[in-house]
Design a protein around this ligand. Structure first.
Ligand code: IFM
Length: 477
């Protein structure tokens, strides 16, 4: 029998990582054959992002990746999760790959491996090639087949050196923010299209996983990253409990139902009947989607608090997903979203590490035996350099400490959590919020693109090196 771990110590093979995504950091949007994705189009459309900001330059990671990898190694990180830009690799979303695009990722991976950092690839982090959106986007079934072809191309090119693969990042956002509330690209506001998109994203995950398995060496790890929500009822009244269950279906069940269990939640069909009859789910789809996974990625930031409408006023919809008169939650206009009590980050998101513990334990039960990774967790704060140019961010250290303690507690409670990826390595383009929200452990001066590790980066690096959490949360000097 193995010895129990001392309380603050993590398992020896635990991965200490940071995460990013292509459009948020790379820039170089017109180089080496890359064509526009839906985020290029969206961010260049007046009124779509704060201050009209775009990812044209972002933090220029495309040219500075060597420095960024050196920075990670210097901090002591052991893993890095990044996404591949589909438009860089397969500019029209179909046909052969562009060598220059693949070469960039090959160079990045080689640099990581040379520094002893384990790469984890996300194939799709929201940046659909514009040509595929012009052909109908995710509400069209063919997009799932296009994704599988793209997955195979990247798998063939990088499968010899990358073991960890994630098909999709947060398909909820792609479907419901992209096609429902319209606060994300492509900015459509059609609840039926959002549900079709959700199904075709699930299908893309299934087809993409099969395509990857056909080209990757045995033993590689295939996963999916969900931003599964911790949905809490405002009260224990039957109506509030029913509201929470409905939102749980739309936030979680719509993805983990087919992926883990091969079926959509029964009640989801009746609840969304005013919007769609789900006739786009064809025979065999659910079998394809349920293809075995090797791990599950969980992204967590904050819980969601909901109630039934019943005459209560909740103020503006406080689900943390941007301002739009269109709800991202199809057929749920009678559910109210409330601000959860407690301190908030700069995003207005309530800080509650107990939600992360709850989420991990839920998926340990939903998918027994499936290794879990926290593929995103972190916080935005209004960080500023002091007179000496240093950036102190004790709030972020406290946030990370609290959430890592929750992960450790879940491991103690029997959960098989194998790694943690802080969101994000660098300050970056926070989608519709532009550059206003800083999630980075490393500060970026947007006028010079100079990088300065914040005190949280140093603190996190020390935790990674020690493989254990300190008792106190004092910022590292
Ligand atoms: O920046 C995003 C990331 O792209 C996906 N998950 C949430 C992060 C913070 O909003």
């Amino acid at each position: 029998m193995t010895e129990p771990l001392p309380t603050a110590t993590f398992p020896p093979a635990f991965l200490w990582g940071a995460a990013t995504s292509a459009y948020q950091i790379e820039g170089a949007v017109r180089e080496d054959g890359r064509t526009p994705s839906i985020w290029d189009t969206f961010s260049h459309t007046p009124g779509r992002t704060a201050g009209g900001e775009t990812g044209d330059i972002a933090v220029d990671h495309y040219h500075r990746y060597r420095d960024d990898v050196a920075l990670m190694a210097d901090l002591g990180l052991t893993a890095y999760r990044f996404s591949v830009s589909w438009s860089r690799v397969q500019p029209t979303g179909r046909g052969p790959a562009v060598q220059a695009g693949l070469d960039f990722y090959r160079r990045l991976v080689d640099e990581l491996l040379a520094h002893g950092i384990k790469p984890a690839i996300t194939l799709y982090h929201w940046d659909l090639p514009q040509e595929l959106e012009d052909a109908g986007g995710w509400p069209e079934r063919d997009t799932a087949h296009r994704f599988a072809e793209y997955a195979r191309l990247v798998g063939e090119a990088l499968g010899d050196r990358v073991e960890q693969w994630i098909t999709l990042n947060e398909p909820w956002c792609s479907a419901f923010l992209g096609y429902g509330s319209g606060v994300h690209a492509p900015g459509r506001t059609d609840p039926a299209a959002a549900l079709r998109a959700a199904h075709h994203l699930n299908l893309a995950h299934g087809l993409g996983t099969a395509a990857l398995r056909s080209v990757l060496p045995a033993g590689h790890q295939l996963a999916l990253s969900l931003n599964s929500q911790v949905v809490r009822p405002f009260s224990q009244s039957p109506d509030d409990l029913a509201a929470a269950r409905r939102i749980d279906n739309l936030a979680n069940g719509v993805f983990h139902g087919p992926v883990l269990h091969g079926a959509y939640p029964e009640t989801l069909f009746a609840e969304t009947a005013p919007v769609t009859d789900w006739s786009f789910v064809l025979d065999g789809d659910l079998r394809t989607i349920r293809t075995p996974l090797d791990a599950l990625g969980l992204n967590y930031y904050t819980p969601v608090l909901v109630s039934a409408a019943d005459g209560r006023a909740a103020g503006p919809r406080a689900d943390g997903h941007g301002a739009s008169e269109h709800s991202p939650w199809p057929a749920a206009d009678d559910v109210l979203f409330h601000q959860a009590p407690g301190e908030r980050t700069e995003m207005g998101w309530t800080i509650d590490p107990t939600g992360l513990h709850e989420l991990i334990m839920r998926y340990s039960r939903e998918a027994p035996g499936l290794p879990l990774y926290i593929t995103e967790n972190g916080a935005a704060y209004d960080d500023k350099p002091d007179a000496d140019g240093r950036v102190h961010d004790p709030e972020r250290i406290a946030y990370l400490h609290g959430h890592l303690a929750a992960v450790r507690r879940a491991i103690g409670d029997g959960a098989d959590v194998r790694g943690y990826y802080l969101w994000s390595l660098l300050d970056n383009f926070e989608w519709a919020y532009g550059y206003d929200k800083r999630f980075g452990a490393v500060y970026v001066d947007y006028s010079t693109l100079e990088r300065t590790p914040k005190s949280s980066a140093r603190w996190y690096g020390e935790v990674a090196r020690a493989g254990a959490l300190p008792a106190a949360v004092e910022p590292a000097a």
